[in-house]
Design a protein around this ligand. Structure first.
Ligand SMILES: CC(=O)N[C@H]1[C@@H](OP(=O)(O)O)O[C@H](CO)[C@@H](O)[C@@H]1O
Ligand SMILES: [Mg+2]
Length: 561
């Protein structure tokens, strides 16, 4: 009976969200993405998916409506798992299947088969909860309604509308809620501001005097991040934040000529910035505030910027964390040192100079395929895993067991040598674990950690930028007949198929000093990406161009030859 009621409810709701003619959706690197005007059926079905995921895990999950750094007319949807991370990859084929089910009957059949296979309580025996968030895109409101319908199509499932949020805020809320702790937006903001002020209080006294450099100008990409940062900044002291491109009326369009993606790809000043900002520390968020890059305008006569990307943010964090362990262990007896496995996780897009720098610090560096779900999973294998994509998405993960050891050490030091250098180092590490988002990369918490570390080190943005010098690089795109004809191995650094292509790439690369080059199919666009690095910009450009020609020869459209 209950099953019948469930089936007819699902059929009825699904009939209100027909699949657009000819559309095909795929749960890619970052969930479903498309033009916002054709996404209602997809988001409705993602609502069903989220409700089933909640039933399966007996936990709260999240559903976020965003298309991140993409144009304002785009939108998208992705699911957050109970730990706040991305939905398990194991469920992606089912996500694809239901998103493309041609009609309500097919959709119902897929759901029925899946709940049976996965042993999901279906028909109202158990309750489910989905937290919903969306960014500031105009299509978000209608799509949110579609998501609610999808969730309500599953009996026992409840949708909780958290309104406009950054993507990392929603992921954080899901994680914290499942830990049984207060998980509202104000809890999030107060956790960030408290842990930030704890780090600032632990800045060595002699360096506090040098910290006159407190001004930071932030490009909010005309998205949700700027608005949230305005709220957060009221709760902070010791930092003078000015937010531009806030998305307020008249200030500009979401991600248009601004934001972290624009700044990282174009390497020029975003709109709203200019000669008056020469020498000032500047940062850019992306449209849903899960990416962060910094930049410096060094001359009033040029639009060019010095980009401080995800690799350099990672390097700053790695230097800081390593230093805290050096302080702790240099001040401990040999039998009382705290053993820690720190892992640095990057992708092949990380600038080679960053990888060399991190290795030279004695750190273990591993590469994974592109996409934060791969980096996150690898970082979670360490006591402390620091991961970043060059584009500015990343975070620092602390394992639960390592946090317990840190807390135990902190208690011990509080009773034996409170206020000692070792004690302060442990307190700093614990504050970092509170400040930095443990669920996903988070531009707001990342920004506060950068600011705290710069104050701790007494470093200007210029000094930070000089940690190492990026090797010149070039990224190009090639349109091909079928991008899936390219199969890669070794964290996407080598081409396995088509046969023979890798040998030719190797031969080209060998012609350039410090040359490095790889190609891979994009997970978000219908293209092949080519990345090249070399000791000069001209060489990087020429290597990338030659490899584009090779890819075109193997896989391009016949007419272009
Ligand atoms: C070179 C590059 O920047 N790739 C981006 C891009 O993936 P592609 O699979 O390369 O299209 O979008 C992903 C999702 O936002 C992001 O994780 C990744 O870093
Ligand atoms: Mg984003």
């Amino acid at each position: 009976m209950a099953q019948d009621k469930q089936c007819s409810l699902l059929l009825e709701f699904a009939s209100r969200f027909p699949l657009p003619h000819g559309a095909r959706f795929s749960y890619g690197t970052a969930g479903f993405r498309s033009d916002g005007s054709i996404l209602a059926s997809t988001v409705f079905r993602a609502g069903i998916l989220a409700a089933l995921r909640s039933l399966k895990t007996s936990s709260t999950v999240g559903l976020m409506i965003t298309a991140s750094h993409n144009p304002v007319s785009d939108n998208g949807v992705k699911i957050a798992d109970p730990d706040g991370g991305m939905m398990t990859q194991r469920w992606e084929p089912f996500a694809d299947a239901i998103a493309n089910a041609p009609d309500p009957e097919h959709l119902l059949q897929l759901v029925k088969d899946f709940v049976k296979e996965e042993n999901i309580p279906f028909g109202g025996e158990q309750s489910a909860e989905v937290l919903l968030g969306r960014d500031t895109r105009p299509s978000g409101e209608t799509l949110l309604k579609a998501a609610k319908h999808g969730i309500n199509a599953i009996i026992g499932a409840v949708a909780v509308d958290m309104d406009i949020l950054t993507t990392p805020q929603l992921h954080w809320m899901v994680r914290i809620k499942n830990k049984g702790m207060p998980a509202s937006e104000s809890d999030y903001l107060s956790q960030l501001s408290k842990s930030f002020s704890c780090l600032i209080d632990l800045v060595p006294k002699e360096r506090v005097a040098d910290c006159s450099d407190t001004k930071l100008v932030v490009d909010g990409a005309n998205g949700v991040g700027g608005e949230k940062l305005e709220q957060l900044k009221k709760m902070l002291t010791g930092l003078d934040i000015c937010v531009r491109n806030t998305g307020k009326k008249g200030e500009g369009v979401l991600n248009e000529g601004c934001g972290a993606d624009f700044v990282q790809k174009e390497k020029i000043t975003p709109s709203g910035f200019g000669p008056d900002d020469v020498g000032i520390r500047c940062a850019s968020l992306d449209g849903d505030a899960d990416r962060l890059v910094y930049f410096l305008i060094s001359s009033s006569s040029s639009k060019n910027i010095d980009l401080i990307d995800g690799d350099k943010i990672l390097s700053l964090f790695a230097v800081f964390i390593k230093e805290q362990f050096d302080i702790l262990n240099n001040n401990s007896d040999s039998d009382n040192k705290l053993a820690v496995r720190i892992g640095i996780v990057q992708t092949a897009y990380a600038n080679g100079a960053s990888t060399s720098y991190l290795k030279q610090l004695g750190l273990e560096v591993v590469l994974t395929p592109t996409g934060v779900k791969f980096l996150h999973k690898e970082a979670a294998k360490y006591d402390i895993g620091i991961y970043f994509e060059a584009n500015g998405h990343g975070t620092i993960l602390f394992s639960e067991s390592f946090l317990l050891s840190l807390e135990a050490r902190s208690k011990e030091l509080a009773s034996t040598s409170s206020g000692s250098e070792s004690h302060k180092a442990v307190l700093r590490l614990l504050a970092v674990s509170q400040l930095i988002n443990q669920a996903v990369g988070d531009a707001l918490s990342g920004l506060l950690l950068v600011e705290a570390v710069l104050q701790y080190k007494g470093w200007s943005i210029k000094r930070w930028n000089e940690l190492y010098q990026d090797l010149p690089s070039r990224q190009l795109k090639v349109k091909v007949v079928d991008r899936n004809a390219v199969v890669t191995t070794n964290a996407e650094t080598k081409v396995a198929k088509p046969l023979g292509l890798q040998e030719l790439i190797d031969a080209e690369t060998a012609k350039h000093p410090h040359g490095r080059c790889f190609v891979r199919p994009s997970g978000t666009e219908d293209i092949i990406r080519v990345y090249a690095e070399a000791s000069t910009q001209e060489a990087a450009d020429s290597l990338a161009r030659s490899v584009v020609q090779l890819v075109d020869r193997f896989l391009g459209f016949p007419s272009s030859h």
